[in-house]
Design a protein. Structure first.
Length: 155
């Protein structure tokens, strides 16, 4: 009894399809595992996304930024957002300069360069900010301190 080459190719092709299709249901499970920040590298990736979303919210002057802040730091961040609105400050861009992780990536310090102007002068200025972030499995990354021009305050 001999097996024809076309049947072998068909069997191999069907096996490949079965393996490929059986892996598809596992993809959301793997992604969910990464989204909870179970490993150090997952937490580092998640922080980069949270910092980006937080600063986009500030760029638009949105109070949505407060959803990414611990309850202890809400007043501080709210007052900074209100100060920027009252002084008609508009952020042009913010770039992460340094991201330093501590304690197996459960805490992090993020240094940013923020370019902004105040209406009506439209002269672009630059300042530095230091954001302190903490991670918990239940809430993810939350900012717990914001320092504007930290080097001027000897921090």
């Amino acid at each position: 009894m001999s097996i024809r080459p076309s049947k072998v190719l068909l069997i191999v092709f069907l096996l490949i399809i079965c393996v490929t299709l059986s892996a598809c249901p596992a993809v959301p499970l793997i992604q969910s595992f990464k989204d909870i920040g179970a490993t150090e590298s997952d937490r580092q990736t998640l922080l980069a996304n949270e910092v980006k979303e937080f600063n986009i919210s500030r760029y638009w002057g949105s109070s949505d930024a407060l959803t990414r802040v611990t309850p202890d730091a809400q007043d501080l961040v709210r007052s900074e957002i209100l100060r920027a609105k009252r002084s008609k400050e508009r952020i042009v861009e913010s770039n992460v300069e340094f991201m330093n992780f501590e304690e197996d990536a459960y805490k992090a310090t993020v240094d940013l360069a923020v370019r902004y102007f105040s209406v009506p002068s439209y002269i672009v200025h630059e300042r530095y900010e230091r954001q302190h972030w903490v991670f918990s499995i239940s809430e993810g990354w939350k900012m717990n301190n914001l320092q504007v021009n930290p080097d001027e305050n000897n921090v």
